[in-house]
Design a protein around this ligand. Structure first.
Ligand code: NAI
Length: 330
């Protein structure tokens, strides 16, 4: 059956094409790679396809879903874990939605740790200096992670790997989760305690109505002065303007951001030759204590292979049985 199934693959990058072509060698689906993202304007490209394959910054709202259904598309195959960009409620009963719940929690947790170490030990600064044969150490003083308290928000697959990494550094771990793990060997506290006690806070929970802007002016005020925030989850967990203000006021010590609330129009693209329109992001990037990577945490060889294999297996499962273990329902 796979040979007849046509997949419209949106927001395709070179690395996606390599990993999906490799995974598809056996499956033999007809995959058409589109560079453009899926949205209300580009949904017309999905005509004649059975499946659309989308990523984190494609727009799958009510209008897009209605249009996909009208065109006879049967399945939205997310090649990512988060599904906040899909109107799941609206899709229910009209079109299937599947995702890749875990492709490599290590990739994301290790990236969070890489950002933390880079920030604390000023590696981003020293790298540029030594490239220019400047071997001065002024303003490069960091601090030991050992003995510091890290607050982990969201103790799912990624959060737990991050906790293990932090323990390796000898840090004290406190955690918050809406659904705490039973018999956890770390301390669960409420969010207020996370804000109050943490030297470093790392976010690993999904973006929902509840978690939207959980870091805002008010919560920042209740955080320790000098706190380091790491966000490898979803940008809108943090109110970017409030973050900028917190940095300006010297209340936030540093921010490590792999995600940004308005990233959809910016991330994954080369904007180096353009006049940059997003003043908040530009100002954040200009800060010496802010490190931004462009939603890169997932990007390891292992994760890309898992993403491609699981996505094709999801498509196969759903189209042949009408169900999938990785189906997303409201
Ligand atoms: P997971 O589903 O295993 O864990 C999420 C955890 O968050 C669960 O324990 C859940 O109970 C908890 N949670 C749900 N609502 C919450 C709330 N209101 N407050 C606190 N905790 C809450 O997910 P996983 O695989 O650990 O991924 C976490 C997030 O990381 C994803 O939602 C996704 O947005 C993000 N992600 C980012 C990537 C990147 O490249 N930057 C790649 C993959 C995931």
């Amino acid at each position: 059956m796979s040979g007849k199934v046509k997949i419209a693959f949106f927001d395709a990058k070179d690395y996606d094409i390599v990993s999906f072509d490799e995974a598809n060698e056996k499956a033999g689906y007809k995959i058409k790679y589109f560079e453009t993202k899926l949205d209300e304007d580009t949904v017309k490209l999905a005509k004649g396809y059975d499946v659309v394959c989308v990523f984190v910054n494609d727009t799958v709202n009510e209008k897009v879903i209605n249009s996909l259904v009208k065109k006879g598309v049967k399945l939205i195959a997310l090649r990512c874990a988060g599904f906040n960009n899909v109107d799941i409620k609206h899709a229910a009963g009209k079109i299937g939605v599947v995702r890749v719940p875990a492709y490599s929690p290590y990739a994301v947790a290790e990236h969070a740790a890489a950002l933390l170490l880079t920030s604390v030990r000023r590696i981003h600064k020293s790298y540029i200096r030594t490239k220019d044969f400047n071997f001065s150490l002024s303003n490069l003083m960091g601090f030991d992670l050992h003995g510091k308290t890290v607050g982990v928000v969201g103790t799912g697959k990624i959060g737990r790997v991050f906790i293990d990494i932090c323990r390796g550094f000898g840090m004290n771990v406190i955690a918050y989760d809406k659904f705490p793990v039973k018999d956890a060997d770390y301390e669960y506290v409420d969010l207020k305690e996370i804000w109050k006690r943490s030297d470093i806070i790392s976010f690993h929970c999904p973006l929902t109505d509840e978690t939207y802007h959980m870091v805002d002016q008010k919560s920042i005020k209740s955080m320790k002065k000098g706190v380091i925030l790491i966000n490898t989850s979803r940008g809108a967990l943090i109110d970017a303007d409030a973050l900028l203000e917190g940095i300006r006021k010297r209340h936030i010590g540093a921010a490590c951001l792999d995600v940004y609330e308005e990233e959809a129009d910016v991330f994954f693209e080369d904007r180096s030759g353009h006049i940059f329109e997003d003043d908040t992001l530009a100002r954040l990037i200009s800060m010496p204590n802010v490190i931004v990577t462009s939603h890169q945490a997932f990007l390891t060889r292992e994760a890309l292979t898992n993403i491609a294999d699981t996505t094709l297996a999801n498509i196969d499962g759903y189209l042949s049985t009408g169900k999938s273990v990785n189906e997303v329902k409201p």
